[in-house]
Design a binder for this molecule. Structure first.
Ligand SMILES: [Zn+2]
Length: 413
């Protein structure tokens, strides 16, 4: 974490005070912000003493003491090990409380991965649940596994449930408003899960969950502008602009996957024709393979990627075409947002040494001017959505890297 970059007013861009949304910094608001900063320093530098917290944050030792008391009382942190010092008082060190855990789920078209995650992002349990297509039955199946996990970890305190969904979520009502690849329609996932588990549930779009996971891991420390692209059945994107995740008021920001690139292209799950997604998703790679090899057996994306790793020329041609469509479509992102970093996550990243350079070359070819953004893949691929789903619950409490729907005061729904 870089306090200097996040606490210093931005010197780039134009600052505008919008009187319609202005929130005056009341002493309560300032206290909340300081509490979030202290919790984040503990999370990233634990174990840490109160004196080091004061030095790192620049807050007064008395302010630190008051905030730490509150965090201890709320059980977010624990006080444990004693620091070794050559002389003088030996301070006790503060860490995040390992006893607090979160139930997390990563929902995908045919399956969900459910897990128990602690405040440090460690997985205590994880399993795959096959899902039926009917949404309510699918959700109940997932909840059943979560209940079993809770029983198996009854010595822990469950703080909430975070669910990552490949769709867009209304920031106000938390209802699913669009999930073309899941085909769940407008569905109240949150209420169904809350009613069964009696825990507060937070939903996150899968791309935003992955981006939050990257922020949580510290991989984007110092980066203010980044775009993460998820490549799976569909193509999602999440935007970090000036250090904030942008979701927009209606939760629909970042739908680059549904920007039309060819009006005569195939029909997309959203109902339009020729979206970037129908050319660049994992489903597109499978379609290219079927076109090149019409008599071949049906394969899934994992088969296709392992066939290409084994040197199958048709598989390589299909995935190369997908990679070049991913790269060309990145023009939408560089032209709109000019981020410092573009992160790719999803199936194709498992064969990154083979297909990454194709994406990189297309990205460089399509730049209007200047250097292309840094192109990287996410650190823990498959697990980033799951870890991000857990981070959403933590964010609700701590305001960690607050984004638009989370700036409400804690406890306010
Ligand atoms: Zn579309």
């Amino acid at each position: 974490m870089r306090l200097t970059s996040s606490s210093r007013p931005s010197t780039r861009g134009i600052k505008r005070i919008d009187l319609a949304y202005v929130q005056l910094a009341s002493s309560e608001h300032a206290r909340d912000i300081n509490r979030d900063i202290v919790l984040e320093i503990i999370r990233s530098r634990q174990p840490i003493s109160r004196a080091d917290l004061a030095r790192t944050s620049g807050l007064q030792p008395s302010t630190i003491s008051a905030i730490v008391e509150q965090l201890l009382e709320e059980k977010w942190v624990t006080e444990g090990a004693v620091a070794r010092r050559p002389r003088g008082r030996r301070p006790t060190l503060l860490s995040l409380n390992d006893e607090l855990v979160i139930l997390a789920a990563d929902v995908r078209p045919q399956q969900a991965i459910v897990a128990v995650v602690d405040l440090n992002g460690r997985f205590l349990a994880r399993e795959v649940v096959p899902l039926v297509s009917e949404p309510k039955r699918a959700i109940l199946k997932m909840v059943e596994r979560m209940e079993a996990m809770r029983v198996n970890h009854r010595d822990r305190s469950f703080e909430g449930v975070g669910i990552s969904i490949p769709g867009r979520i209304d920031p106000e009502s938390q209802r699913l408003i669009l999930a073309p690849n899941l085909k769940w329609g407008n569905c109240d996932v949150k209420s169904v899960v809350e009613e069964k588990l009696h825990l507060q549930v937070e939903l996150a779009n899968a791309a935003n969950a992955s981006l939050l996971s990257e922020l949580w891991s510290g991989k984007l420390d110092g980066v203010r502008d980044a775009v993460l692209v998820t490549v799976s059945e569909g193509l999602g994107a999440a935007i970090l602009a000036n250090g904030q995740i942008i979701t927009s008021r209606n939760g629909l920001a970042g739908e680059f996957g549904h920007s039309p690139i060819d009006p005569s292209g195939p029909t997309c799950g959203c109902g339009q024709r020729g979206c970037w997604e129908v050319f660049a998703s994992s489903s597109a790679a499978l379609r290219y393979y079927a076109e090149l090899n019409p008599k071949g057996r049906a394969v899934n994306i994992h088969d296709l990627l392992s066939m290409s790793e084994e040197g199958d020329p048709t598989a390589i041609a299909a995935v190369s075409r997908q990679a070049s469509c991913i790269g060309r479509g990145l023009r939408l992102i560089t032209a709109a947002l000019a981020p410092e970093v573009i992160l790719i996550t999803g199936d194709i990243t498992t064969s990154w040494p083979r297909f990454g350079p194709i994406i990189q070359a297309e990205l460089e070819n399509t730049m209007l001017a200047g250097r292309a953004p840094r192109l990287e893949i996410t650190s823990d691929g498959e697990l980033s959505r799951l870890r991000g789903a857990a981070a959403v619950v933590l964010q609700r409490h701590s305001g960690y890297r607050r984004s638009a729907p989370f700036v409400k005061k804690r406890g306010q729904r």
